[in-house]
Design a protein around this ligand. Structure first.
Ligand SMILES: *[C@@H]1O[C@H](CO)[C@@H](O)[C@H](O)[C@H]1NC(C)=O
Ligand SMILES: *[C@@H]1O[C@H](CO)[C@@H](O)[C@H](O)[C@H]1NC(C)=O
Length: 492
C-alpha cells in the first residue's frame, strides 16, 4: 500500500508538477498540484521565445460545487515580462471536477489539460492534512536548509523543564522592552502564553500556526517566539528562542520575518506587496530604467540619514528620502519633512536599489531582489532566514556598513551594464525559486520538524495557556470524511 502510494505520488509529481512539456512551453509550479493547499495557488508558464503576449494563450481554471454549480474561483495572470507568466488562483469554495487548462491560441496546442475529480479545498478548510514529509515533497520544497541546521546545531537537546523557568524569569524582568510568547502544539492544537507589554505581533505566529495545522500534522512542540525585532538569545543565556531576525552575535533560531510570513499567507488578499505580486507589477524594462540608485523609507537608523546626506551631494547618482520621522524627529527639518511614499513597484523605475538596515535587517530585501533592478546591500550583523544562500557579487553588490564605497560602486556598475544586469537577474532568479509562499511555509515546517526532534521534555499544555483558535468566518467546507479517514490511516 505504502509503496504504491509513493509510486503514485512520484508519477503524480512528475506529471502534474511540471506539467506537460512541449517544444516551446513549460508549465510548472505547486498550483498544478491540487493536494497542496495554499492561500492562493500558483503556477508558471514559460515560453521559449523572446516575445509572447498574454493574448496569445488562454488559461481556464474552473470547477463545480458539490451540487453542480460553477465554482467560485478568482484567477489572475501576472506578466513577468520575460516571456514568462505567473498564474495565481484562489478557491472560494470546495470544488469538484476542477480543470486547469493552458492553451496556445495560435496553434490550439494544449500545454496543460489537467482534470481533478476533487474535492479540492480552499485554504480555510481543515480537511486535507498530510505528513510534513509528504507536504514538502508534494510542494517541491527543500528538505535540507543550511540556516536551520546551523541554528539548531547550538542545541544538542532542548529540555523545557530546565530552561522554562529561566526564560520566564528573564522575560518577565524585561517585560517593558521584550515581548515573547511561549507556544505549545499538542495533537495539532495550538496553545500559548505571552510575556511583555506589547504582544500584538503574536497574531502573525497565531495565523501561521493555524494555517500550517490545517495543512499538515504538526509534531508536538513547545517553543518561545520573540515578537520583537532584536534577537535576544545571547551566547551567555543560550535560550532556544525563535526570532524573525538573526545576528552575528546572537544564537536565536531564525524564522522567515513576520512580513514575508504574513504576505505568504495573504498572497492574493489585502496585502498588495507579496512575492507573487512583485513579479507582475514592474513597468520599466532594464533599458528604460533611470540610472540612479533609489531608496525611500523610515528614519529607523542613522545609516539611512547618512544615505540621504550622500544623495544630496551626489544627486546625479542617488535619489534617497525619508518618508516618516520617528526615531530622529528633531532632524526632521534638516532632512525635509517626510516625503510622500511612492508605490513599492515604482521603486523599480530605477536601475539600482539600496538595502539599508533599519533597527535590524531591512525586511524589504526579499522584495528588492525579486525585482529586476540591481540591489546594493549594506554590510550588516543582522540577517533574515535566507541571506546565507546569497553570494555577494553574484546576487547583489555588497557595500560597506558606513556606505563609504557606495558612490564608487554605483559608478562602476554604470560602466559595466552587462555585469549589473547579470547580477540583478541572478538575484531575481534566486528570489523566484526560493522565496515563494510555499518555500516560506516549507521553511517553517522543516524547522518545526527538526526542532521537535531535539525536544526531550514531554510536551504538555501548561497552566494558564490560552487556546489559539481560528476566529475568521468559517466556510462551509463539507469535508469529505472518507478522505480524512484515509489520510489519518496513512499517517499511522
Ligand atoms: C526622487 O524620486 C522621486 C520618486 O520617483 C521623484 O518624485 C523625485 O522627483 C526624485 N528626486 C530627484 C531629485 O530626482
Ligand atoms: C556578519 O557576518 C557575515 C557573515 O560571516 C559577514 O559577512 C559580515 O561582514 C558580518 N557583519 C558584521 C557587521 O559583523
Amino acid at each position: 500500500m505504502i509503496v504504491n502510494g509513493i509510486l503514485l505520488t512520484l508519477l503524480f509529481v512528475i506529471f502534474e508538477f511540471y506539467g506537460l512539456l512541449s517544444a516551446n512551453t513549460i508549465v510548472w509550479g505547486p498550483g498544478l498540484n491540487p493536494k497542496i493547499v495554499l492561500p492562493a495557488r500558483y503556477f508558471y508558464i514559460k515560453y521559449n521565445q523572446d516575445e509572447l503576449n498574454i493574448e496569445d494563450f488562454n488559461v481556464i481554471i474552473s470547477g463545480k460545487t458539490k451540487i453542480g454549480n460553477k465554482c467560485r474561483i478568482w484567477t489572475n495572470i501576472l506578466d513577468r515580462k520575460d516571456a514568462s507568466f505567473l498564474v495565481r488562483y484562489k478557491l472560494y469554495e470546495v470544488c469538484y471536477d476542477l480543470i486547469i487548462l493552458v492553451e496556445d491560441l495560435k496553434t490550439h496546442k494544449k500545454h496543460v489539460n489537467n482534470f481533478y475529480q476533487g474535492p479540492v479545498y480552499p485554504d480555510e478548510c481543515d480537511c486535507s492534512k498530510m505528513s510534513i514529509d509528504t507536504w514538502l515533497s508534494e510542494a517541491g520544497c527543500k528538505t535540507d536548509i543550511k540556516q536551520i541546521n546551523s541554528d539548531l546545531s547550538h542545541f544538542k537537546k532542548i529540555d523545557f523543564n530546565n530552561v522554562l523557568s529561566k526564560m520566564v524569569k528573564f522575560f518577565s524582568q524585561h517585560s517593558h522592552s521584550m515581548s515573547t510568547c511561549q507556544y505549545v502544539v499538542k495533537n495539532n492544537l495550538i496553545f500559548r502564553k505571552c510575556y511583555g507589554e506589547y504582544t500584538g505581533f503574536k497574531m502573525f505566529m497565531d495565523n501561521l500556526l493555524l494555517s500550517l495545522s490545517r495543512k499538515v500534522y504538526l509534531p508536538d512542540l513547545e517553543f518561545f517566539v520573540n515578537l520583537g525585532d532584536w534577537p535576544l538569545s545571547s551566547p551567555k543565556n543560550r535560550f532556544p528562542l525563535f526570532s524573525w531576525c538573526g545576528s552575528n552575535y546572537t544564537m536565536d533560531i531564525v524564522m522567515p520575518t513576520y512580513d514575508i510570513t504574513e504576505s505568504s499567507l495573504e498572497n492574493m488578499g489585502r496585502v498588495s506587496l507579496d512575492m507573487l505580486s512583485i513579479q507582475g507589477n514592474i513597468e520599466k524594462p532594464w533599458s528604460q530604467k533611470i540610472e540612479k540608485a533609489f531608496w525611500m523609507g523610515r528614519d529607523s537608523s542613522k545609516h539611512r540619514l547618512n544615505l540621504v546626506d550622500l544623495s544630496k551631494s551626489h544627486s546625479d547618482l542617488i535619489n534617497a528620502s525619508i518618508t516618516n520621522f520617528f526615531f530622529y524627529k528633531e532632524l526632521k527639518e534638516k532632512y525635509g519633512s517626510g516625503k510622500k511614499p511612492i508605490s513599492f513597484f515604482k521603486f523599480f523605475d530605477y536601475k539600482y536599489q539600496l538595502n539599508i538596515d533599519g533597527t535590524v535587517a531591512a525586511y524589504r530585501f526579499p522584495y528588492l531582489i525579486a525585482g529586476d533592478s540591481l540591489v546594493f546591500k549594506q554590510d550588516s550583523e543582522y540577517y533574515e532566514h535566507f541571506y546565507n544562500e546569497l553570494t555577494p557579487w553574484v546576487h547583489y553588490i555588497p557595500i560597506k556598513r558606513n556606505l563609504g564605497n557606495l558612490v564608487d560602486l554605483i559608478k562602476a556598475m554604470i560602466n559595466d551594464d552587462e555585469k549589473a544586469k547579470t547580477i540583478s537577474l541572478n538575484g531575481q532568479k534566486y528570489a523566484r525559486e526560493n522565496l515563494a509562499p510555499h518555500d516560506i511555509l516549507g521553511y517553517y515546517l522543516l524547522l518545526f520538524q527538526k526542532y521537535s526532534k531535539l525536544l526531550i521534555s514531554t510536551v504538555e499544555v501548561r497552566d494558564d495557556m490560552e487556546a489559539v483558535i481560528n476566529t475568521k468566518t468559517q466556510l462551509d467546507c463539507e469535508c469529505d470524511n472518507e478522505n480524512i479517514r484515509d489520510n489519518s490511516k496513512m499517517e499511522l
